[in-house]
Design a protein. Sequence first.
Length: 266
Amino acid sequence: MAALSARTGIHVDNATGGCRAFTRAYVPAAGTSGMQIRVYDEGAAQDCLFVLGWGNRCRHRNVQWLIDQLATAYRVHAVELPTHITDYQREWVGPVQEYAADIGRFDLLGHSAGGLTAAHLDADGIGNRVYLSPWWDSDFPVPGPVLDAIASLPMTKPFIPIDTLDADAIGDLATTQQLADAPSSVSPAFLRTVFRAQRSLPPARDTAAAFCSLTDTIVDPRAVGERLPADRIRLYDGGHELFSSSGREHTVETVLDALQRGPDAL
């Protein structure tokens, strides 16, 4: 297994005092700072690789809620992406691809930046693919040429403020801990590598389906419609994070169906 360390442990929700156990945690051998992969194994025969979004952590109550839903059918491998990167291939895609090579056959779930990362994965064992509000493009209130100019600056220190990751944007169930852990700034190098990842996306696979909200203010849902036909897209009411939106109970079964049965489940 591609790992430097493995351990068992629990997450404690500071707001409720609740706990959630995980069976193993891995730090990929590629040496990526900030990436961890936690495995939740309750005896399921199938595997799901779940690539979390930018700033998501397994300890977040709403992330734990979705992991609980997945764990009814899957052994869940939950990937926490590092926050501040300069090379998406080396720091996001490469380590996840290396880890995935050891799983065997698995279904793939990616949220936001995890959906961007997952779309670049190419492994023989991948079955169905489901993307939740994938970060395939952004709708910044700044002209494209200005953004490209900012992204071209040779700077890796995060100093460009991000003020859109609030409860209204994320979802009405967003917790104080989630909001406190959300990234507050980015670097030009981060923007540059994200733009490269978005502009070099491979063609969407036939086994892919996506869930998104048309009111998403964090990612641009039009990019989903440009990459997938309408019959492989399911809309939901809520914020950027399906699992942090109060309508999640009405949609999560369809997410699980799409993971297990493919786009035909929609």
